[in-house]
Design a protein around this ligand. Structure first.
Ligand code: PEP
Ligand code: MN
Length: 344
């Protein structure tokens, strides 16, 4: 990681740095932040001659060599001062809430529109909604690009930024073109490294963030953070980590709630963590407790499935979506818990 004395290197300075790195078989990755740029060395940064030459440039303060497999996501990275913003708040400064239906039914657009207004009213900062769905059963509803129009209309009416999952490059292209604010990587694609790279390339230089779910296969903390590194190394550091439960260990839970991973993530990475309590437990009645647990463990926010009429929704909504009244209560109780535990 190259730390300059200035916020942004000029074209001439960047060329000088690039020429030195190229001579040693490395490249520079420019990560553009709100106020300053961070210059990461991509390649083997252990060569002392290369580092000495870079540090000898008058506009360079120092080169930090972080021995970490996720050097940009690492808590010691200079990106640690980066803050992800969404829905008018800076994540980490107050609890963030994203809510909405599991799946947007393009045949019943009013259900999504009504839900969007209701989640905003309940205090959510962002709207979630599945346009394309990863389904275990190949014969169940798989999603429809028409639902993207409904999602964007809900965003227009409420002013809420929207989050939707993409499963391939075509979904990604359509979502970016439509103006989706947050691209979701689902649990089933948590290790789809070509998709992660495509997303990193597509969002570089754009005001778009990524909600990266944890895989459902009991993957390690390291593996979760490294998946985020795939995206961030391509230039956009706006990644949010989203634990959502792993393989079920208790008969009764859809997945094994894994909010206890939050402090482990916080020790190793600067990235905000937004827990999905809905998929963790898979049952609306358990979502309020899982939400409180997540905030108690230090989560920066929650992504909750909510529907004005859960029974009329498709996908997961009939069993796990909470109503807007319950969402309002979760928001108020978790805010209170945040105040008690974090004093703000
Ligand atoms: C979802 O958010 O509706 C979803 C399918 O999530 P996950 O990838 O966590 O199962
Ligand atoms: Mn769902």
């Amino acid at each position: 990681m190259i730390i300059p004395n200035v916020n942004v290197l000029s074209d001439g300075q960047l060329k000088e740095v690039t020429d030195i790195l190229t001579a040693y078989g490395c490249k520079v990755m420019v990560i553009t932040g709100a106020e300053r740029c961070v210059y990461a060395i991509v390649g083997d940064e252990r060569n002392d001659d290369m580092v000495t030459k870079i540090e000898g440039l008058p506009y360079i303060n120092r080169v930090d060599r972080i021995q970490s497999p996720h050097k940009l996501m690492d808590i010691r990275s200079s990106l640690a001062t980066h803050r992800v913003k969404m829905g008018g708040i800076v994540l980490g400064t107050e609890p963030f809430f994203c809510a909405g239906p599991c799946t947007i039914d393009p045949k019943n657009p009013n259900l999504t529109i009504e839900t969007a207004h209701a989640v905003k009213e309940a205090g959510a900062h962002a709207l979630r909604g599945g346009v394309w769905k990863p389904r275990t059963n190949p014969y169940s509803y798989q999603g429809d690009a028409k639902a993207l129009l409904v999602l964007m209309e809900a965003s227009r009416q409420t002013g809420l930024p929207v989050d939707t999952e993409v499963m391939d490059e075509e979904h990604l292209r359509l979502a970016i073109e439509a103006g989706v604010h947050c691209i979701q990587v689902g649990a089933r694609n948590a290790l789809n490294y070509s998709l992660l790279r495509q997303i990193g390339e597509a969002i570089a230089g754009r005001d778009v963030c990524v909600l990266l779910k944890r895989g459902m296969h009991l993957g390690s903390v390291q593996e979760f953070i490294s998946a985020a590194e795939y995206i961030v190394q391509l230039g956009n550091p706006n990644v949010i980590l989203c634990p959502r439960g792993t393989q079920p260990t208790l008969d009764g839970y859809r997945n094994h709630p894994d909010e206890s991973i939050v402090p482990l993530l916080k020790e190793r990475t600067w990235a905000p963590v937004v827990v999905d309590p809905s998929h963790s437990v898979g049952k609306a009645a358990y979502v309020p407790a899982a939400s409180l647990a997540a905030i108690a463990y230090g989560a920066d926010g929650l992504c909750i499935e909510c529907n004005v009429h859960p029974g009329k929704g498709i996908g997961d909504d009939p069993k796990q979506a909470v109503t807007p009244e319950v969402l309002r209560r979760i928001i108020s109780q978790t805010r209170e818990l945040w105040r008690i535990t974090r004093g703000a």
